[in-house]
Design a protein around this ligand. Structure first.
Ligand code: NAD
Length: 365
């Protein structure tokens, strides 16, 4: 080719990197993957064990793209991880694979220790091996981004916000396992120099959310005319973030965050659980009226979750100031989109409800 001609690759103004995304068949991971494939020129390799929470149907829109690849593997399997790193040769690792449901961690904590702690350890070891073998330019650009939760900080009273320097005080087996994984990531940076980033995010909601979690469970139960189980008095407060806003934040931090730093991500949307459920009822009454009457009649108070944290709220000022991130959705707009998505996609959640999870109570210990 003459020197003045450029190949298609060289004409593409977007730099193209290889992203290895663990947990990419889950709720948040699949949102990141869909965004990366649809909105950037980067390539993606999803590494996912496909537990009950993993669903390849959430990746259907990108599955045929030549920049997309899927590896079914367990992150605790060091040999499998080593082979994937050697073969895919990633520039970025975004680690979202986890056991993620607090109620399940109460019933069966072992899987949380295995995946969240041992799995993060094995991934760090293989990432470190891979990073050490890169040339200096790629070594400087490589990032290991660990995705975590605000639940590591414990519970707040009526006032205050979680900041990046808030002391860790995890209360559930889930949050304790995530806290342990955060500490491992921090140590692999300080001890071995692995270029890591950590984000701690508040509760996510949106399309493709597994229907054991509050918002999708309430939408689907309400559509089916089933009771809407609210834990305790319903006054526990969570800070809600629309999943695509989280995906934007994650991609920003992975590519522009300061190595070794942690960033809190939150939606500035504090809501008591009972108000979330009532808002879902009124949205459904508007979009899909029930001849039997308003859905609030279905609200049923049930025994509280053991050790239920009272309030989570995030100070997301650092990621806003330093990286210019702000959520695009308010809770009102994001919840309307979410309810509409569940109305439009009964096939996605219908398969789950008739198979791996039928809506039963979990984690009452
Ligand atoms: P999810 O449960 O929907 O998805 C987890 C994915 O990890 C699934 O696809 C599952 O198959 C996979 N997985 C589980 N164990 C694995 C293993 N051993 N090896 C390989 N893959 C495995 O979870 P999510 O809600 O998408 O959360 C993703 C990450 O974000 C988690 O690390 C979670 O702690 C964190 N987080 C979630 C929230 C939230 O509100 N959902 C908030 C903050 C942080």
């Amino acid at each position: 080719m003459p020197a003045f001609e450029k190949s298609a690759d060289q004409l593409d103004p977007r730099p193209s990197f290889r992203f290895l995304i663990t947990g990419g068949a889950g709720f948040i991971g699949s949102a990141v993957v869909r965004k990366l494939v649809a909105e950037t020129g980067h390539s993606v390799c999803v590494v996912d064990k496909l537990t009950y929470a993993g669903n390849r149907a959430s990746l259907a829109s990108v599955a045929a793209d030549p920049r997309f690849r899927f590896e079914q593997a367990d992150i605790t399997d060091g040999a499998a991880m080593r082979a994937i790193f050697a073969d895919y040769d990633p520039d970025f690792v975004m680690h979202l694979a986890a056991e993620s449901h607090v109620d399940r961690s109460i019933d069966g904590p072992a899987a949380f220790i295995e995946t969240n702690i041992v799995g993060t350890f094995s991934l760090l070891q293989e990432a470190l091996r891979h990073w050490r073998g890169l040339d200096e330019v790629r070594k400087a650009a490589f990032r290991f981004h660990h995705i975590s939760t605000d639940e590591v900080f414990g519970s707040l009273g009526a006032d205050g916000l979680f900041r990046e320097d808030t002391a860790y005080q995890p209360n559930s087996p889930y949050s304790a396992s995530k806290a342990a994984s955060d500490h491992l990531v921090r140590a692999w940076h300080h001890t071995y120099g692995l270029p890591t980033l950590i984000t701690n995010c508040s509760n996510n909601y949106g399309p493709y959310h597994f229907p054991e979690k509050l918002i999708p469970l309430m939408i689907i139960n309400a559509l089916e005319g089933k009771p809407l189980p609210v834990y305790g008095n319903g006054h526990n407060v969570r800070d809600w973030l629309y999943v695509d806003d989280h995906a934007d934040a994650l991609l920003l931090v992975a590519q522009q965050g300061q190595v070794g730093e942690t960033y809190n991500v939150g939606g500035h949307n504090e809501m008591a659980n009972i108000d979330v459920v009532k808002t879902i009822c009124s949205l459904l009454d508007e979009l899909r009226p029930d001849p039997a009457g308003p859905r609030e009649r279905l609200i049923t108070y049930v025994t509280d979750r053991p050790g239920h944290d009272a309030r989570y709220a995030i100070d997301a000022g650092k990621i806003g100031r330093e990286l210019g991130w702000a959520p695009k959705e308010t809770f009102a707009t994001g919840l309307r989109r979410t309810v509409a998505w569940y109305l439009d996609n009964p096939g996605w959640w219908g398969d789950i409800r008739s198979g791996v999870y039928r809506g039963e109570r979990l984690g009452s210990a």
